[in-house]
Design a protein around this ligand. Structure first.
Ligand code: ZN
Length: 502
C-alpha cells in the first residue's frame, strides 16, 4: 500500500476515484470499562485499531486524536441538566443520586463507570470532528468509537449516553441542506430518528430486527411527521437474515433514497451486532455482506461519515470494522491476519472472514418483496428533494486535532472476555420519561425533538400532537444570504442553518 496523504488506492469501476479518508481514534478509548459481564466493550475499538495498524492501513489514512466534545457541544442536542449530570456522576457518588439516576435512565444497561464523561466526550468528539472534516473537503471520515444511536436528549438508553450521531448531523447541517442517516445496526436507530422525526432536512433509514426486540420502535408504519412525513424509513427484519436477502432490500431502497433525497452528506452507522454470531444479535450477515452496505453508500461519491455502534462478539466487530476501513480506502484486505497483540482472539483460523451459520432465515421472499414495495412506494411520494431558502452559516465547531501517534495503551481484558454469557440484556421496551428541561436545542430547531410515543405510530395518525409540533425556524427565511457551496453530488446547495443563539 504505497499511497499516502490520506488518499486511498484506486478501486474499480465507479469507485475508481481515490477518496481522501480520515480516521479518529483516542488511544484511551479501550481503557473505559462498563463493568464485569457488561456486553459493551470499548476494548473492541482498540482491537480494531491494532488490526488497522498491523494490516498497514493507517498509512493510507489521516489519523486524528479527537478533541473531547465540550459541554456546549453536547448541549447542542442534549439537555443542560442531563449533561451536567453525566459530568458529575461517579461510581463513588452515585448512591446519593438515586433520583437522578432513575430520571436519566443511568444505572443498569447504562452503568456509571470510571471515566464515563471523558468517554462520552471522546466518542462524541470523534464524530463531530469527522463531520467538520467532511465539511472541509474530506471524502470519508471514520469514527469506530461513535454510532451510539439510542441516546436521547435527556436520557441514556441501550448502552448509549450521548448521541454523537445527532451531534455530527447537526454539524453537517451547517454546510449541507440535506443529510442522510443510514443505520445497519441490528437495533432500531431510535434516538436519531426521534431527533429528526419532524424535519425534511434529515432522512433517517434504519434496517433492524423488529418484533419483541430492543428498543421496540421502528415499525414500518413510522414514516415521520409533519414536514418530516416520508423522511423516516423503517425496514423491519426478522431473525436469520442473510447477505442476499439483506441486499435485496438495501440496494433498491438506498438507491431510491439517493435519487429522491439527494443528500449533501451521508452518515452510515455500521453497528456490527447485525453480523452472524453476535452475542446479542440474531441476524446472519457475513462481514462481506455487511461491508457491501459501506461499499454501496461509498459508490455515490457523497461525503460519508462512517460510525461504529453495537457489536458484542468483539473479535468479529474488529474484523468487520477493519475490513470496512479497507472498503473506505478502496483496498481489499487480506484474509490472512497479521500477527499482532490481540492475535489470540482470532484463533483457530486467524482469518479476517468468518463463515455465517446455517441458521434459518425467517424472512420469506414474499415478506421481503412486500417491505421493499411499500417503502419504495413511500419514497415515490417525495417528489423532489426539499429545498430551503436561507441563510448565514454558523461557525464550525473548532477542533484543532493533532495527528495521532499510534500507540496502544495496555489492555485489561482477556481474550475470552467477549465469549462470556451473562444476564445483561437490553430491556424489551423503552420507557420515555418526561424531560423538564426547557432549553431549546438545535435538533428542535430543525424540527426534531418531539417526544415520540413509545408505541409505533400508525401512518394514519390524525391531527398533530402537542409534542410533535416543535418544527420551527428552519424553513423561515433568514436575513443573510448564504454562500454557494460546492458539493460532490453536483446539487446546487444552499447551506443553511438552524441556529439562533439565545
Ligand atoms: Zn445494536
Amino acid at each position: 500500500m504505497e499511497t499516502g496523504g490520506g488518499n486511498s488506492l484506486p478501486g474499480v469501476g465507479q469507485d475508481a476515484t481515490k477518496r481522501k479518508v480520515c480516521y479518529f481514534y483516542d488511544p484511551e478509548i479501550g481503557n473505559y470499562y462498563y463493568g464485569q459481564g457488561h456486553p459493551m466493550k470499548p476494548h473492541r475499538i482498540r482491537m480494531t485499531h491494532a488490526l488497522l495498524a498491523h494490516y498497514g492501513l493507517l498509512g493510507n489514512l489521516q489519523v486524528y486524536k479527537p478533541n473531547p466534545a465540550r459541554d456546549r457541544d453536547l448541549c447542542r442536542f442534549h439537555a443542560d441538566d442531563y449533561v451536567a449530570f453525566l459530568r458529575s456522576i461517579s461510581p463513588e457518588t452515585q448512591q446519593d443520586q438515586m433520583r437522578a439516576l432513575k430520571r436519566f435512565n443511568v444505572g443498569e444497561d447504562c452503568p456509571v463507570f470510571d471515566g464515563l464523561y471523558p468517554f462520552c466526550q471522546a466518542y462524541a468528539g470523534g464524530s463531530v470532528g469527522g463531520a467538520v472534516k467532511l465539511n472541509h473537503g474530506h471524502d470519508i471520515a471514520i469514527n469506530w468509537a461513535g454510532g451510539l444511536h439510542h441516546a436521547k436528549k435527556c436520557e441514556a438508553s441501550g448502552f448509549c449516553y450521548v448521541n454523537d450521531i445527532v451531534l455530527a448531523i447537526l454539524e453537517l447541517l451547517k454546510h449541507h441542506e440535506r443529510v442522510l442517516y443510514v443505520d445497519i445496526d441490528i437495533h432500531h436507530g431510535d434516538g436519531v430518528e426521534e431527533a429528526f422525526y419532524t424535519t425534511d432536512r434529515v432522512m433517517t433509514v434504519s434496517f433492524h430486527k423488529f418484533g419483541d426486540y430492543f428498543p421496540g420502535t421502528g415499525d414500518i408504519r413510522d414514516i415521520g411527521y409533519g414536514k418530516g412525513k416520508y423522511y423516516s424509513l423503517n425496514v423491519p427484519l426478522d431473525d436469520g437474515i442473510d447477505d442476499e436477502s439483506y441486499q435485496s432490500l438495501f440496494k433498491p431502497i438506498m438507491g431510491k433514497v439517493m435519487e429522491v433525497f439527494r443528500p449533501g452528506a451521508v452518515v452510515l452507522q455500521c453497528g456490527a451486532d447485525s453480523l452472524s454470531g453476535d452475542r446479542l444479535g440474531c441476524f446472519n450477515l457475513s462481514i462481506r455482506g455487511h461491508a457491501e452496505c459501506v461499499k454501496y453508500m461509498r459508490s455515490f461519491n457523497v461525503p460519508l461519515l462512517l460510525l461504529g455502534g453495537g457489536g458484542y462478539t468483539i473479535r468479529n466487530v474488529a474484523r468487520c470494522w477493519c475490513y470496512e476501513t479497507g472498503v473506505a480506502l478502496g483496498v481489499e484486505v487480506d484474509d490472512k491476519m497479521p500477527p499482532h497483540e490481540y492475535y489470540e482472539y482470532f484463533g483457530p483460523d486467524y482469518t479476517l472472514h468468518v463463515a455465517p451459520s446455517n441458521m434459518e432465515n425467517k424472512n420469506s421472499r414474499q415478506q421481503l418483496d412486500e417491505i421493499r414495495a411499500r417503502l419504495l412506494d413511500n419514497l415515490s411520494k417525495i417528489r423532489h428533494a426539499p429545498s430551503v431558502q436561507f441563510q448565514e452559516r454558523p461557525p464550525d465547531t473548532e477542533f484543532p486535532e493533532q495527528d495521532e501517534d499510534q500507540e496502544d495503551a495496555d489492555e485489561r481484558h482477556d481474550p475470552a472476555s467477549d465469549m462470556d454469557v451473562d444476564g445483561s440484556k437490553h430491556p424489551d421496551e423503552t420507557s420515555r420519561k418526561p424531560c423538564s428541561n426547557n432549553i431549546q436545542n438545535e435538533a428542535q430547531k430543525v424540527g426534531g425533538d418531539h417526544a415520540k410515543v413509545a408505541e409505533p405510530m400508525a401512518e394514519d395518525v390524525s391531527g398533530p400532537k402537542a409534542s410533535d409540533v416543535s418544527s420551527m425556524a428552519i424553513d423561515e427565511p433568514g436575513s443573510v444570504k448564504a454562500e454557494q457551496q460546492d458539493t460532490q453530488n453536483k446539487l446546487p446547495e444552499t447551506p443553511v442553518f438552524a441556529h439562533q443563539k439565545p
